[in-house]
Design a protein around this ligand. Structure first.
Ligand SMILES: Nc1ncnc2c1ncn2[C@@H]1O[C@H](COP(=O)(O)OP(=O)(O)OP(=O)(O)O)[C@@H](O)[C@H]1O
Length: 509
């Protein structure tokens, strides 16, 4: 029995060796064009009995230097499946990607399922037969993905499945990409090309989780953003450009910039920080908008200072004989006004920018304005439909303080909380000021010391506020006395009492 087996093995071995020899001879001496014809004939014959369809997606097409986008999308789509199924994987950090991307190695296979249909993806690496000159990158390494499925599913696969794969792949690549913060400010533009955006990597850690605002408001904003980001079909149906305007307003230090970062991180959008004073004309503004990508946030901070509305008013004052030219703060304001005067962007240009046909190029854009003085803005600029959502960011409430205490000190309760709560009800302090007091001043700084420091700051602000109010009362009494006496002599103008002055004093600005 064992002898028979041995003979059988020997025969098998010699048959294989002969076959290999013949195969090598065939390759070496048979004319190449005949080899190709035989291969084609073989393919045709086998396809008669082979019930499967194969689709290839090459990494580079013959007439293009650019990577095939379908190939890249498939690569991203298969990423997580490859991690689970393939035994050999490749890892690399791709351009614009922030993490290691794992893909299946050459000649690996992974299976997929779509509407109950089983499919197989394999990655094939082509080995070049001749060393010829080629323009294509990585001449010796050409690859393609091969999709194999039963011919009876041809319609579903070529119709819906491939569309699904490409969309999913692009969404995964989008999520993994390195996001960017763009600016049009010439001083930040290293290429001194003024009209183009320059960018840095966007790495702001701001998130809704760490934002100290009312929980209900937070959830409402997050819901609104989610609805917007998924509303492509809705906007198409109602015939509106896929964009939404947010107006963030509130005193300095209440978290407007932090909110923008939180929104960008939540939606995973790029941010275009538009410095309106650096834009010379409406045409330039349109050009800048056209250069923005979709899935982005266009931000105009301090919109009230950007259109030169306040600047013009100040200039007029000076002409009227205001002689404080040597005041350095006034001088700086004048310089800024000068910049604003250089900008020929008009209100109508800005309105056109927001809701004109220019904003419909591309789509999925959020436009955010911030301001400290909402009342200064032209109502046309902020009417619903342009600025769809108005969000007020205000002084620190007790609920907001608790979020900050959790962020900065990692505590959720403390006996000092009660005192802080009642002081916050009396005193307006911005989250920025509260946060500053909660920051440990030394490495060993403990939470108790930080809370004490906050209480001291709140008490000091309370004292200042009382003093300021008394001072106001005195001034008002003095003025009314003066008015009474001067009314007898002549008619005099009364200086308006700045209410904001009192508030500013109370928060220690
Ligand atoms: N609501 C908030 N939640 C968490 N942190 C906040 C909040 N508000 C302010 N801060 C903290 O205060 C700092 C300043 O806040 P931010 O720059 O966002 O305020 P702002 O309203 O944009 O101010 P400005 O109007 O002066 O630009 C931030 O670094 C942030 O850490």
């Amino acid at each position: 029995m064992t002898r028979v087996m041995k003979e059988l093995w020997a025969q098998l071995g010699s048959s294989i060796a002969s076959l290999m020899f013949l195969w090598a001879m065939f390759h070496r001496y048979f004319p190449r064009h005949l080899q190709a014809s035989i291969a084609r004939l073989y393919d045709r014959l086998s396809s008669l009995f082979y019930p499967y369809i194969q689709i290839r997606f090459h990494e580079f097409s013959r007439d293009s230097f650019r990577r095939n986008e379908a190939y890249s999308a498939i690569e991203s789509y298969l990423g997580s499946k490859s991690t689970k199924q393939a035994k050999r994987l490749k890892g690399n950090v791709q351009r614009n990607s922030k993490s290691v991307v794992l893909t299946m190695d050459d000649h690996e296979e992974v299976s997929d399922e779509f509407q109950g249909i089983k499919l197989v993806w394999s990655l094939i690496k082509l080995v070049p037969t001749t060393q010829s000159f080629s323009f294509y990158p990585a001449t010796s390494e050409k690859r393609y993905y091969k999709l194999t499925f039963h011919m009876k599913y041809r319609e579903i696969i070529t119709g819906s499945y491939l569309k699904y794969v490409v969309e999913e792949g692009q969404a995964i690549a989008f999520k993994n990409r390195q996001r960017k913060l763009y600016t049009n400010n010439p001083s930040h533009n290293s290429y001194s090309s003024r009209t183009l955006w320059s960018h840095v990597v966007f790495e702001h850690p701001g998130s809704f989780e760490t934002m100290a605002i009312d929980q209900k408001k937070k959830e409402e904003i997050m819901d609104d953003l989610t609805t917007f980001s998924k509303a492509k079909e809705y906007y198409a149906r109602i015939g509106k450009a896929w964009k939404r305007g947010y107006l963030l307003y509130g005193p300095p230090g209440t978290g407007k910039s932090t909110m923008i970062a939180a929104i960008a991180n939540f939606l995973k959008y790029d941010v275009y920080d538009l410095e309106l004073t650096a834009v010379k004309s409406n045409t330039e503004l349109r050009k800048l908008l056209i250069e923005t990508s979709s899935k982005s946030i266009i931000v105009i901070e301090d919109i009230d200072c950007s259109l030169g509305l306040t600047g013009q008013r100040k200039k007029k004052n000076q002409k009227d004989g205001n002689k404080e030219e040597t005041d350095p703060i006034k001088k700086k304001e004048e310089e800024e006004d000068g910049e604003r005067q250089n900008s020929k962007v008009t209100l109508s240009g800005l309105l056109n920018f927001i809701d004109g046909i220019w904003s419909s190029s591309g789509g999925e854009r959020l436009i955010i304005f911030t301001t400290n003085y909402v009342k200064k803005l032209d109502p046309a600029l902020i009417r619903r439909g342009r600025m769809d959502k108005h969000i007020e960011l205000s002084y620190c409430s007790f609920e907001a303080f608790k979020v900050l205490a959790k962020n900065y000190l990692n505590i959720e309760s403390h006996p000092f909380f009660e005192t802080i709560g009642s002081l916050l009800e009396e005193i307006s302090m911005t989250p920025a000021d509260v946060a500053e007091n909660l920051m440990p001043k030394t490495i060993k700084g403990d939470s108790e010391t930080c809370l004490e420091s906050l209480i001291q700051a709140l008490e000091a602000a309370k004292k200042d506020s009382i003093n300021a109010k008394e001072e106001l009362k005195l001034r008002a009494a003095k003025d009314s006395k003066g008015e009474e006496s001067s009314a007898k002599e002549t008619v005099g103008e009364k200086e308006p009492v700045a209410e904001e002055e009192v508030k500013e004093k109370s928060i220690g600005i």
